[in-house]
Design a protein around this ligand. Structure first.
Ligand code: NDP
Length: 346
C-alpha cells in the first residue's frame, strides 16, 4: 500500500524524494472493519498550491494545519468504497475526500469519527464526466473561481477583469465565468502555449508575463480601460504592477500569491498608497468559508460543462509515485491546467 509521506520541511521549493516521498506500508484488506468504518481505494488525488503552506513548522499558525512529519499527506481525493461497515457508504460508492482530509494512500480505512470529512459523490456515474473533474473544476479549485469572482469580485457587465496564473486550475475558470457575465477578460500565464489556450477559451487578450520587461506598461496596453477587478493568484511584482493600473473603486480579489510561497522572505509592495487614492478594495478569501455557495456552484458548473459552455484543461500524472513530482511541477509552473494524479482506475 503506497502512501505519499511528508518527510521533511522545505525552506525553498520542495524536492521530490527529499521533502515528499512515496513509501510502502502494509494494510490487511481482508481484516474485519470496526463498526462505522469503511475501506477506500484512492482513484484521483489533487495537488494544490496551498499544500506548500502546510509543509511548515507546526508552531507557525495559519488557516490550515501543518502536515505532520512522517505521515501521509492529505488533500482533495476521489475514492471508491471497497468494503464497508457503515450504512451511509456502500461498496462501489464514489466518495470525495474533502479538502485537506482525503488521504494520499492507495488504500485507507476511514474510522467512524472521520466520516464527516468524506462525502458521497456518485454524480460521475450519471454525468459521465471524468472523475478527475471532481477534484478540479467540480471540486475545490472550481468553487474557488466561482466564489472568488461572483461573491468577492462584485462584477458588473462591461468591466475589465484581469486574472494572473490564468491558465491554471482556478484561473481558466475565472476568465470563462467572467466572459459569461459580459466582462472584458485579460489573463497572463507563463508560456506561449498557455497564452494560446487562454485565447482559445475566450479570453479577450492574454500575454506571457515571462517575456515582459515592464509589467505596468504591458498591463496598460492589454487593459486599455484600466482594471476594475483583479483576480490575484500570484502576488509580488505582479500585484504592484496591477495596482498601478487599477481603476477607481476597483476590487482586488486576493485568492493566492503563489510567487511568495517558496520564498524565505516575502517581497514588499511599494505602491499601497494608491489603494487609498483610488479607493480600492483588497479582500482575501478562503473558499471553504463560503459553503452557502456549494450547491449553486456544483449545479451551475456541472451544467456549464455538460453544455460545453466551460472548457477545462487538466494535466494528469499517472500513478501515486508521481505525486511528489506533480507537487513540485505546480509550484514551478510546469502544470498546464489543473494538476491531478490518477492513482487507479475505477
Ligand atoms: P494553478 O493550476 O494555477 O498552478 C499554479 C500556477 O501558478 C503555475 O502553473 C504557474 O503558472 C503559476 N506560478 C507558479 N509560480 C509562479 C510565480 N513565481 N509567479 C507567477 N506565477 C507562478 O494553481 P491553482 O489554480 O490551484 O491556484 C491558483 C492560486 O489560487 C494559488 O495562488 C492558490 O494558492 C490559490 N488558491 C486559493 C484558494 C482560496 O481559497 N483562497 C483555493 C484554491 C487556490 P504560470 O506558468 O502561468 O506561471
Amino acid at each position: 500500500n503506497k502512501q505519499v509521506i511528508f518527510a521533511k520541511i522545505p525552506t525553498g521549493y520542495p524536492v521530490p524524494g527529499e521533502h515528499l516521498k512515496v513509501e510502502e506500508s502494509t494494510i490487511d484488506l481482508d481484516a474485519p472493519l470496526p463498526e462505522g468504518s469503511f475501506l477506500l481505494k484512492l482513484l484521483d488525488l489533487s495537488v494544490d498550491p496551498y499544500m506548500r503552506g502546510r509543509m511548515r513548522d507546526p508552531s507557525v499558525k495559519s488557516y490550515s494545519p501543518a502536515f505532520p512529519l512522517g505521515k501521509p499527506m492529505t488533500g482533495d481525493t476521489m475514492n471508491v468504497v471497497i468494503k464497508s461497515n457503515n450504512p451511509n457508504f456502500k461498496e462501489g460508492d464514489l466518495v470525495y475526500g474533502k479538502t485537506g482530509c482525503g488521504v494520499f494512500s492507495e488504500y485507507v480505512v476511514i474510522p467512524k469519527e472521520m466520516e464527516p470529512y468524506f462525502e458521497l459523490r456518485n454524480e460521475p456515474k450519471e454525468t459521465g464526466l471524468p472523475l478527475s473533474n471532481y477534484v478540479g473544476v467540480l471540486g475545490m479549485p472550481g468553487m474557488t473561481a466561482y466564489v472568488g469572482l461572483l461573491k468577492f469580485g462584485a462584477p458588473k457587465k462591461g468591466e475589465t477583469l484581469y486574472v494572473s496564473a490564468a491558465s491554471g486550475a482556478v484561473g481558466q475558470l475565472v476568465g470563462q465565468i467572467g466572459k459569461t457575465l459580459g466582462l472584458y477578460v485579460v489573463g497572463s500565464a507563463g508560456s506561449d502555449d498557455k497564452v494560446e489556450y487562454l485565447k482559445e477559451i475566450g479570453f479577450d487578450d492574454a500575454f506571457n508575463y515571462k517575456n515582459v520587461d515592464n509589467l505596468t506598461k504591458k498591463l496598460g496596453e492589454v487593459c486599455p480601460k484600466g482594471i476594475d477587478i483583479y483576480f490575484e493568484n500570484v502576488g509580488g511584482q505582479m500585484l504592484e504592477a496591477v495596482i498601478n493600473n487599477m481603476n477607481q473603486f476597483g476590487r482586488i480579489v486576493a485568492c493566492g500569491m503563489i510567487s511568495q510561497y517558496n520564498r524565505e522572505k516575502p517581497e514588499g509592495i511599494h505602491n499601497l498608497m494608491q489603494v487609498v487614492a483610488k479607493r480600492l478594495r483588497i479582500e482575501g478569501f478562503i473558499v471553504g468559508d463560503s459553503q452557502e455557495l456549494k450547491e449553486p456552484f456544483r449545479k451551475d458548473m456541472t451544467q456549464w460543462l455538460l453544455d460545453g459552455k466551460i472548457k477545462y484543461k487538466e494535466t494528469i500524472a499517472n500513478g501515486i509515485d508521481q505525486t511528489p513530482q506533480a507537487m513540485a511541477d505546480v509550484l514551478h509552473g510546469k502544470n498546464f491546467g489543473k494538476q491531478v494524479v490518477k492513482v487507479a482506475d475505477l
